[in-house]
Write a protein that binds this ligand. Structure first.
Ligand code: PEP
Ligand code: MN
Length: 297
């Protein structure tokens, strides 16, 4: 294949579409990937929900959350044991639980039968995390760490690739091609908010790019999910953005849920509590049904 790069642009050019990501690109307007992970179908009528804490804080917490989100209809338990925290300093509470956290996720999965999505950050931990996770989460900060994403792809595990907050659609799809070129076709794209001048609140660092949902779906057959919790960084905005994202065609939603949001170890402004989550599941399902899809399976 002869790849030209004479006029590399911020956005996707017809030349890019023809040559740069042959595996990721949609073959025709009807082309949409469908695959099933742990019995949950992606890319079809169902809009799967990944719910759980930002950080896997303790065994009791993760078991309690697993039980509650599963009862409310969540399809996957989310939660980070390995966390890309912005600064290197840690207090006792604000501490990654690492190998132990992965064990607690395994306990939750065994006890409640809920599949797991969790982040892996370093190549040396891929076997450990892949042993428990049904979906490996590549965080926004690692989106363009090509040797790392290649190593994740080679596990053959489904992968959710979070978009970096400064990445173009071109960058994002290019990174997805790195996974697919390894023969791994179970790739989920996740929009988690981008850096822009105005986010309408001092504590909100990102803006959920709703427009990237149809834009990505115009180019790729891969499912596109949204993470309104990380995008808004503000609990009252999570539900409206989740509902808006489903209306805009999102193929899944990741939500932070915590029984006592203001005491969450990491990012306490963004999780919803159990009651809000249950209520939101019902409302998301109603919006999904309005466009011929569903959230509650
Ligand atoms: C997360 O989902 O816990 C996370 C750290 O997300 P992001 O990589 O999008 O910041
Ligand atoms: Mn976070």
């Amino acid at each position: 294949m002869k790849i030209g790069n004479k006029f590399p642009g911020k956005d996707i050019s017809p030349e890019d579409l023809a040559t740069k990501f042959p595996l990721v690109v949609r073959k025709d307007p009807q082309h949409k990937s469908r695959f099933t992970i742990a019995g949950v179908e992606f890319g079809g009528a169902l809009v799967p929900v990944f719910a759980g804490p930002n950080m896997v804080e303790s065994r009791d917490l993760v078991l309690d959350i697993a039980h509650n989100v599963k009862q409310a209809g969540a399809h996957f338990l989310r939660g980070g044991a390995f966390k890309p925290l912005t600064f290197p300093y840690r207090s006792e509470k604000y501490n990654e639980t690492r190998e132990q956290g992965i064990e607690w996720l395994a306990d939750a999965k065994a006890r409640y039968g809920i599949p797991i999505i969790t982040e892996v950050m370093e190549e040396k931990y891929i076997p450990l995390v892949a042993g428990v996770a049904d979906i490996l989460q590549i965080g926004s900060r690692n989106m363009q760490n090509y040797p790392f994403i290649t190593a994740c792809a080679r596990t053959g595990k489904p992968i959710m690739l979070k978009r970096h907050y400064g990445a173009s659609l071109r960058d994002w799809l290019g990174a997805a091609e790195y996974i697919m070129v390894e023969g791994n076709s179970q790739v989920i794209l996740c929009e988690r908010g981008v850096s822009v001048p105005h986010t309408h609140r001092a504590t909100s660092r990102f803006l959920l790019d709703l427009q990237v949902i149809p834009a990505a779906q115009e180019m790729t057959h891969l499912p596109v999910v949204i993470d309104p919790s990380h995008a808004t960084f503000w609990r009252p905005w999570v539900a409206p953005m989740a509902l808006g994202g489903i209306a805009a065609g999102a193929d899944g939603v990741m939500l932070e849920v915590h029984p006592d949001p203001s005491n969450a170890a990491v990012d306490p402004l963004q999780p919803v509590d159990y009651a809000e989550f249950g209520n939101l599941m019902t409302r998301m399902d109603a919006v999904a049904q309005a466009i011929g899809r569903k959230v509650i399976s």
